[in-house]
Design a protein around this ligand. Structure first.
Ligand code: PNS
Length: 162
């Protein structure tokens, strides 16, 4: 069985993330979507909220599992026995950071962990969780960027009734 991990901050998950998850689930037998519990950052949503959002959004995709992890990605890969990391590339600006991360992960795992990139579907190429949070803060239209239930949670978090 070929499994892959799709790690990220997912604060919150967007349609861009969901697109990568669906495409990865078409290729791999199992996709483990895993939320990083990064104690250095102050996210808008807690780890369990982010996990629950991802679980709800992927509930109809049987070969997707949602988890969270702490510490090094390569240690987590070893722990759950998965050697393929999936990431999305939106634009050239993502490339440098992604390349560095993948090379570091290869080194840290004695060349066991490989990273595979999905180029983001064009209509999501400018989409990011940070942009979504900014739009939500000013009660802007989120319908093209996140599922309705996520938009509702975002508006609530910024003090809007709906
Ligand atoms: O959604 P993001 O914020 O781009 O995801 C980044 C993530 C979670 C994939 C990355 O920060 C990560 O893997 N962090 C775990 C710490 C780690 O393993 N660092 C060494 C690789 S540079």
């Amino acid at each position: 069985m070929k499994s892959a991990i799709y790690p990220g901050t997912f604060d919150p998950m967007t349609y861009g993330h969901l697109d990568i998850i669906k495409r990865a689930a078409n290729i791999f037998d199992e996709v483990v979507v895993s939320v990083l519990n990064n104690k250095e950052k102050t996210p808008l949503f807690s780890v369990s909220e982010r996990v629950n959002i991802l679980k709800e959004a992927t509930k109809d995709i049987p070969n997707v599992r949602v988890e969270s992890f702490e510490g090094l990605l390569t240690d987590y890969c070893k722990k759950i026995g998965v050697n393929v990391v999936v990431r999305g590339l939106r634009a050239v600006t993502d490339f440098e950071y992604e390349l560095q991360m993948s090379q570091m992960n290869r080194k840290l795992s004695n060349h066991r962990v490989e990273t595979i990139y999905f180029n983001t579907t064009l209509k999501y190429s400018y989409l990011s969780s940070s942009a979504v949070k900014q739009i939500a803060q000013f009660h802007g239209d989120l319908s093209a960027f996140v599922p309705d239930f996520v938009a509702k949670l975002l508006y609530e978090r910024f003090g809007y009734k709906e």
